[in-house]
Each structure stands twice: as C-alpha cells, then as structure tokens.
Design a protein around this ligand. Sequence first.
Ligand SMILES: [Zn+2]
Length: 144
Amino acid sequence: MILYKLRCSNGHDFEAWFHDSASYSIQVDCGDVVCPFCSDTRVGKAIMAPHIGRHHLSVEGEQSGGGERRAREVAEHILSGVSEQIVANYDDVGDEFTEEARRIHYGEAKERGIYGEATNEEAAELEDEGIDFCRLPFRFRRND
Ligand SMILES: [Zn+2]
C-alpha cells in the first residue's frame, strides 16, 4: 500500500491510500478520488475527458486511515468495479482504440465511453494530441 498526498483543483490537501501506483493512476484518471473537503474529483494530475464517462465508486472517507487490510479491500473493490463498469457501459473497440478515441475526440464518431488496446507508442500519440484516457493494468476477458 502507498499513502499519497493529494491536492484538489481548489487547493485542498489530503491523503489517500492506494494499492500501488497503478491503482492511483486509474482512480485519479477515472475520477474516483474525491476531495474530502469539496468533493472535487480533479485531484493530483487528473484531467477528465467528456467521453471517458463516470461511475460512482469512491474512496471518500478512506484518507483518514482505517488499516492496511481495509484499504486493500477498498482498492480491490475499486479495481474490480472499474472493470465491471467498463465492460457494462463502454464499447469494446479492441485494436481500434487509438483510432476510435481520435475520431471521438475530433467529433467524427459518436461521443461515448470506449475501451480497447493500444501500444505505448499509440498512447503517447494520444497524450500528445490532448486526448484523455485511462491506463488499466489488466486485460479484459472478451465475451466472445
Ligand atoms: Zn477540495
């Protein structure tokens, strides 16, 4: 477990436990880390894109501690919740992720949440173009 000091866009400082740095990235990028003072989700390096979508998991209340085991349960809950939410609500675009994210960003495709695969090079290109996305440290099992 890692304890991070975070700051929301309104300048509030708070602390939160994360399973590891990858969990931190996911939770911040997906808007799951909530400022306990003003409920702002723009904490740390988080930038929300309109097409990424949102869901309703929160680590609010966990920043005051509660033990490593509890924090680990929360982290695992959030990780599994993220994958379930994404599979249930987002379009699987597979290898087309980079192209589809670009089409959505430039208004050439319907705005919606998508997930899929991209190489590190493709992800770097998307970042360069200012297209926001979440990196997930696991693969989804495809229904088909
Ligand atoms: Zn705040």
